[in-house]
Write a protein that binds this ligand. Sequence first.
Ligand SMILES: Cc1ncc(COP(=O)(O)O)c(C=O)c1O
Length: 401
Amino acid sequence: MSFLAEAIGRIKPSPTIAVTDKARTLKAAGRDVIGLGAGEPDFDTPDNIKQAAIKAIESGKASKYTSVDGIPELKAAICRKFKRENGLDYKPSQVSVGTGGKQVLYNALIATLNPGDEVIIPAPYWVSYPDIVLLAGATPVAVKTRMEDGFKMKPDMLERAITKNTKWLIFNSPSNPSGAAYSRAEVKALTDVLMKHPHVWVLTDDMYEHLVYDDFVFSTPAQVEPLLYERTLTLNGVSKAYCMTGWRIGYAAGPEPLIKAMATLQSQSTTNPNAAAQWASVEALDGPQDFIPKHNKIFKERRDLCVSMLNQAKGIHCPKPEGAFYVYPSCAGTMGKTAPSGKLLKTDEDFVTELLEAEGVAVVQGTAFGLGPAFRISYATDTKLVEEACGRIQRFCGNLK
Ligand SMILES: Cc1ncc(COP(=O)(O)O)c(C=O)c1O
């Protein structure tokens, strides 16, 4: 018998972190590697946000424990954000702040799931959703979307997946890994289904809310269907839009009893999120927002570059997503071909391994996100490198026999 807990056997290390680590190791060994695996902006945290943290440290405000699920100033800033940007009314007692969106998601799932409970997760999905559900002893129910539908779950797919055991739908728009974002009408079509099933709650992960292109308008479920407010947890954070992945601040708002349970759990694990990072987050949410459209202009150019170049690669088909900083091309047209090393490509994992080997481009296989054969490219890296990497992918695909 293993000394390790059974629960740990149910989960695996994050494949996106694994690819990033592998690219880093190869680079350190002198290989010319372009890493397109990491899900974080290449831009630095804006200066006013850094200064807010420095001020908090120098004035002693960051020296002590804070209240477990967030300082009152940050909770107030989060309430203002929800009102201003989403038209949602939340009180500070309905807000929970944690060490990144990932901890807040973890708290919510661990605090609510029992063995036998089911959680609906549209695929392709962010890798942490099913693993946290499994850690809780519950059952992830993946609903495979179609590339023809822009990787968006249709209402009939949701309807078919709901059972009496369904506890949550995890909804993520714009999506990691596909970049797909649901329009207001598409969100409404799904909330209409949820209205027929009052036992199902929705955990909406709005982490990429601000990263949308071509005049796309973001919508979140509780805003689109106010009657769902009482069974919605709206999750967000500063990591992506504010270029603060290293600061580790995420938050969610929802019904008070759930928020209280999440705080109890957090009080027995990490206690409060980093105090200086909380003060920085107040500035992020309340301060100037003008750098966001500037970043988005660059992200959009990179997205368009990727889509155009990848669609010229033999055997690759790349849809144009509405948001986030990912594209999710299909590599179905390369399956059954032979790589320069002589290896036959049978899976998308073979494709990404051989691509890294032959051309030094690190991407993540689609099966890690529950839908293949495909791969995810994060274009949150220097435009020249994105262009060089797409050129190498074209060459790799052109050399397949
Ligand atoms: C869809 C999605 N949700 C949540 C997170 C968590 O963000 P963080 O824990 O860095 O705040 C990520 C990060 O990659 C993500 O892609």
